[in-house]
Ligand binder design. Structure first.
Ligand SMILES: [Cu+2]
Length: 157
C-alpha cells in the first residue's frame, strides 16, 4: 500500500515540473513584443565580384535571442551604396527593411535575401575586409567586418 502511494507521489512531482516549464515558455512569448532584441552576426562574407570593382553581394546571418527587430539600413565606409534585396522566383527587388524575428534569425544567403554592394572606394580583393554598419530599428548599429571570399565560397567550407 505504501509503495503504491509513493509511486503516485513521484508521478505528481514529475507533472508539476512539466507545468512549471510550460509556464516559463508562455511568459517568454507574451513579453516578446516589447522585449529587447539580442543580436549577434554570424558567417558574414562577400564573394569576390566577378567583374573587378563590379557589383558585389553580402551574406550573413543575424541571430536574435530576444524580441523582434528590423534591419532598416546598411552602410559602409568602403562602398558608396549598400542596399537590401529580397529575391523572388525570377528576380529581386530592393526593400526598405528586413525582419529579424524574435528568438529567430535573419538569413542573408545565396538565392535568398542579400545585400548589394556598389561604388567601392577601393577595388575589393581576396582577404580584404569590408566594414558593414548594420542599422537595426531597436538594437541600433552593429558594426561587422566582412571578409572577401572566393566567388564559390560557402560558409562552413
Ligand atoms: Cu540584389
Amino acid at each position: 500500500m505504501s509503495r503504491g502511494f509513493r509511486r503516485s507521489a513521484l508521478i505528481g512531482a514529475g507533472l508539476a515540473t512539466v507545468l512549471a516549464a510550460g509556464t516559463a515558455v508562455v511568459a517568454c512569448q507574451s513579453s516578446g513584443g516589447s522585449a529587447a532584441p539580442k543580436l549577434s552576426v554570424a558567417d558574414p562574407y562577400i564573394p569576390l565580384p566577378a567583374t573587378p570593382g563590379g557589383m558585389g553581394a553580402g551574406y550573413l546571418t543575424v541571430r536574435n535571442d530576444g524580441g523582434a527587430d528590423q534591419l532598416v539600413k546598411v552602410t559602409s565606409p568602403g562602398a558608396g551604396s549598400v542596399t537590401m534585396h529580397r529575391s523572388t522566383e525570377q528576380t529581386m527587388e530592393e526593400v526598405g527593411a528586413l525582419e529579424v524575428p524574435a528568438h529567430g534569425s535573419l538569413n542573408l544567403a545565396r538565392n535568398g535575401n542579400h545585400l548589394m554592394i556598389m561604388d567601392w572606394s577601393k577595388q575589393p580583393a581576396l582577404g580584404d575586409e569590408l566594414e558593414l554598419d548594420l542599422e537595426f530599428a531597436k538594437a541600433g548599429t552593429v558594426v561587422v567586418k566582412v571578409p572577401v571570399k572566393p566567388l564559390t565560397y560557402r560558409p562552413g567550407s
